[in-house]
Write a protein that binds this ligand. Structure first.
Ligand code: NAD
Length: 439
């Protein structure tokens, strides 16, 4: 498994749990040292036990040395990052190609090179070309995009809705079926298809989900203006099987390490092929604007200005149960609030050390109550379970102004009103908005 990040480490640990002998490779020495030291470089629920058990069982190994790790490997997965290329939004494939070329120099004859990273259509065939420059015997190439979600990654890997595999030969199909033989136990559907189609499925899937989130976010604005309630609208449409309930939670805009970069990359691919997908172009710009709209909402809720006000942000990660803050709405909303004079105090259960790399000029807190102390407004940016059980009486004693701005609709308005807070949420009529006397 080349690349030992959220996808590589989880996939490697799960494959080893299923009985395969796995070596996870990463070029980041600190990451591998951390793992060799018995610690995890990322937070993912349940992963520590899985890694410890399988290391102990002798099925899971870690190294920085790709050249020796691939020797004897039947299948070599590439799970390195594919971030946005600076400037134009294309996927940056330099890590993928660097890994593929290194693999080509050392892999055994007959090994299969599988992309697990999210890569634009055509990448598999590019990898083949690059390999053929390095060696005469062709390595098999396959595409096996990953669909796990951070926060529930182990379960998603072990019990996927489906597995997508793109291959170009019966032999490659056979090897991939062997690697994934555990799927037959749960009768998991496997879509065996071409390289190009497998690559395209991943982008179609992620851009569809990003569109679904954007759809409900735009409806939430309309609900606020019309007196409808977005939570009930989402429920009402989601109960229709053709629509489905997932990804219909209105919020501050999608973020994370996948949707923002994957929507951008798909748009670029489509433009390159002169077949633009303008719907997704629109989704990207609506989502960018969404984060700015949330800034305005916070300012309005604070009476029109946050100048010299202390605003507490609860939740920095793009979603709960992960420490990942990449492209999280917090990274836009916090600096914008600082620009207009707010003093920001933050707390996140798992994302604090990651967030330190992206956010400056805020006060960092080890618990939610110290973050809330003296606040003129408390903003919920990530719906961590920990926030659901906050002691509202204690909060009320600590804050300067009793105002909760809930950008995830985590709370029931009545529960908050009862405790004497003003409460602003999204996509609900003014009845559920901030206390009318205050606004
Ligand atoms: P990550 O940044 O957490 O991990 C990538 C790792 O690859 C890093 O540790 C990096 O040091 C390592 N790496 C880079 N070049 C290398 C090389 N040449 N040799 C060895 N290691 C190298 O990224 P991630 O979140 O795990 O995502 C990996 C891929 O999977 C991306 O394409 C992403 O879009 C896709 N994906 C991610 C998720 C998710 O939830 N994070 C879900 C599905 C798919």
């Amino acid at each position: 498994m080349v690349g030992t990040g959220y996808v590589g480490l989880v996939s490697g640990a799960c494959f080893s749990e299923l009985g395969l002998d796995v070596t996870c490779v990463d070029s980041d020495k600190d990451k591998i040292d951390t793992l060799l030291d018995g610690r995890l470089p990322i937070y993912e629920p349940g992963l520590d036990r899985l890694v410890t058990d399988n290391v102990k069982a002798g099925r899971l190994h870690f190294t920085n040395d790709l050249s020796t790790a691939v020797i004897g490997a039947k299948a070599i997965f590439i799970a390195v990052g594919t971030p946005s290329r600076r400037g134009d939004g294309h996927a940056d494939l330099s890590y993928v190609y660097a890994a593929a070329e290194e693999i080509a120099k050392n892999a055994d004859e007959g090994a299969i090179v599988v992309t697990k990273s999210t890569v634009p259509v055509g990448t598999g065939s590019q990898i083949k070309k690059r390999i053929s420059v390095i060696r005469n015997d062709e390595l098999e190439v396959a595409a096996n995009p990953e669909f796990l979600r951070e926060g529930s990654a182990i379960n998603d890997f072990m019990y996927p809705d489906r597995v997508i595999i793109g291959v170009e030969s019966i032999r490659a199909e056979g090897i991939m079926n062997d690697v994934y033989s555990f799927l037959s136990l749960n009768k998991t559907p496997v879509v065996m298809t071409s390289l190009e189609t497998a690559e395209m499925i991943k982008y179609a899937s992620n851009t569809f989900l990003a569109t679904k989130i954007t759809f409900i976010n735009e409806f939430s604005d309309l609900c606020e203006k019309t007196g409808a309630d977005i939570n009930d609208v989402a429920l009402g449409i989601g109960l229709d099987d053709r629509i489905g309930r997932k990804f219909l939670n209105a919020g501050p805009g999608f973020g994370g390490s996948c949707f923002p970069k994957d929507t951008r990359a798909l748009v670029q691919t489509a433009r390159d092929y002169k077949s633009p997908i303008t719907l997704v172009e629109q989704v990207i710009s609506i989502n960018e604007q969404r984060k700015m709209d949330m800034v305005s909402k916070i300012i309005e809720s604070c009476g029109g200005s946050v100048l010299s006000k202390r605003i507490t942000i609860l939740g920095l990660t793009f979603k709960p149960n992960t420490d990942d803050v990449r492209d999280a709405p917090s990274l836009v909303i916090i600096p914008e609030l600082i620009k207009v004079g707010a003093s920001i105090s933050v707390y996140d259960p798992k994302g604090m050390s990651e967030a330190h790399m992206y956010i400056d000029n805020v006060s960092w807190n080890d618990d939610p109550y110290s973050a809330i102390d003296g606040a003129d407004g408390v903003v919920i940016l990530t719906e961590w379970d920990e926030f659901k059980s906050l002691d509202l009486d204690k909060m009320k004693r600590l804050v300067n102004t009793p105002l909760i701005i809930d950008l995830r609709n985590m709370f029931r308005p009545d529960d908050i009103f009862k405790k004497g807070f003003d409460y602003v949420s999204i996509g609900r009529s003014s009845v559920y908005g901030a206390n009318k006397n205050r606004l």
